[in-house]
Design a protein around this ligand. Structure first.
Ligand code: MG
Length: 387
């Protein structure tokens, strides 16, 4: 007998992960139903199309024209509010996919955990900004990795006990500038063009600076309760091996598949079971070369910086992420250069690192740390603009 369909709520439905999740669900309608969708509101035509296609009961947007939504979606409950994603996250479902971008995803993650839903977490910033809060709110097994590296780790960890893990190795494509000598003159268009992965704009820039890998080290720490001292990153330009776990007998278990987020999304939505036919696997009739190389931490200081923030703990990772979000926005609007991004993040942490290391009690503490970091980052951006 086929299992009953799983009810899914998607936060960030019109973004890169959200649209890929819905495309997967469209091919597996007997397995999944979509109960509710939340989106920023920047693409109402797509949201309307999604809500119609999946017969969704509730739609939430941060901003948008109520009449447009009501006319297009008769009988559908419409929420228009700054807190729409949080309200949609509190709807009971088998699994809530948080595919939002940025640390605004933290409160919705906490809301979905609180109501008891499993959370398929594509919003790594929830863990970076509010890791201690998310971990405290999550019951064992309630948080499921969507990030390809962390999905790979979760799969590899099925090979041994937690106490047998001696190292986890996150792979990084190295982004488009792995082999480029001079990074000071990188243009916005060049940074938005990733060689192997098709992703949203912020994570694409973060991949180019390797900030993304730094965020993922922090994400891995909280997701799997692994100490920072045994989390490494290695450059793997082909993006086929998505991460590895080394066990204490010297065995390394790697997860390999084409660079397609459909696979980790399918596993997260169907967790702990695999979804048959999710993607076309690697083709072994062709030759493959898989390269691995150490990260050049001088040219890409973001990884060490992120790890240091993780070790400091408290609000330091939240400050790292918030400063980076500000710096990336300034780079995209051409106020600063590519190499300024991580320099600004580093400078922000030098200025306020001591202030933000305190224990995070609640989301207000996270917000205070973030506002502080953003203000300092904006000030540094303005000073660079005047150079
Ligand atoms: Mg990733």
């Amino acid at each position: 007998m086929a299992a009953a369909p799983r009810s899914v709520v998607i936060l960030g439905s019109t973004g890169s992960i959200g649209t890929q999740a819905l495309a997967l669900i469209a091919r597996n309608r007997a397995r999944f139903t979509v109960t509710a969708l939340a989106a920023g509101g920047g693409n109402l035509p797509l949201l309307i199309e999604q809500a119609k296609s999946f017969g969704v009961a509730i739609v939430g947007v941060a901003k948008g024209d109520r009449k447009v939504l009501q006319d297009a979606l008769p009988g559908v409950e419409i929420i228009i509010s700054e807190n729409a994603a949080e309200e949609i996250a509190a709807i009971p479902a088998d699994v809530t996919l948080n595919a939002m971008s940025g640390s605004i995803g933290l409160k919705p993650t906490l809301a979905a955990l609180k109501i008891g839903n499993n959370v398929a977490l594509a919003n790594k910033e929830s863990l970076v900004a509010g890791g201690p809060l998310v971990v405290a709110a999550a019951k064992h097994g309630q948080l499921i990795a969507v990030d390809s590296e962390h999905s790979a780790l979760a799969q590899a960890m099925r090979s041994g006990a937690q106490s047998e893990i001696s190292r986890v190795i996150l792979t990084a494509s190295g982004g488009p500038f792995r082999a480029r000598e001079d990074l000071s003159n990188v243009s916005v268009d060049e940074a938005l063009n990733h060689p192997t992965w098709n992703m949203g704009p912020v994570v694409t820039i973060n991949s180019a600076t390797l900030v993304n890998k730094g965020l993922e080290i922090i994400e891995a720490h909280f997701l799997f309760d692994i100490p920072y001292s045994i989390i490494d990153a290695v450059i793997h330009p082909q993006s086929i091996v998505h991460s590895m776990v080394e066990f204490n007998d010297g065995s390394v278990i790697a997860q390999a598949s084409p660079p397609d987020m459909t696979l980790p999304i399918s596993l997260a939505l169907n967790w702990p079971d695999r979804l048959a036919g999710a993607i076309t696997p690697l083709q072994w009739g062709a030759s493959h070369t898989w390269e691995f190389a150490p990260v050049d931490t001088l040219r890409f200081p973001a990884i060490d910086l992120a790890r240091r923030c993780g070790v400091v703990g408290g609000g330091a990772p939240a400050a790292f992420n918030a400063a980076n979000e500000e710096a990336v926005a300034a780079f995209i609007t051409k106020k600063i250069s590519f190499t300024d991004i991580v320099e600004i993040v580093d400078d922000v942490l030098s200025q306020i690192g001591g202030e933000v290391s305190a224990h995070l009690r609640d989301v207000h503490d996270v917000s205070a740390v973030e506002e502080n970091a953003r203000a300092v980052a904006r000030d540094l951006v303005a000073r660079r603009g005047r150079r």
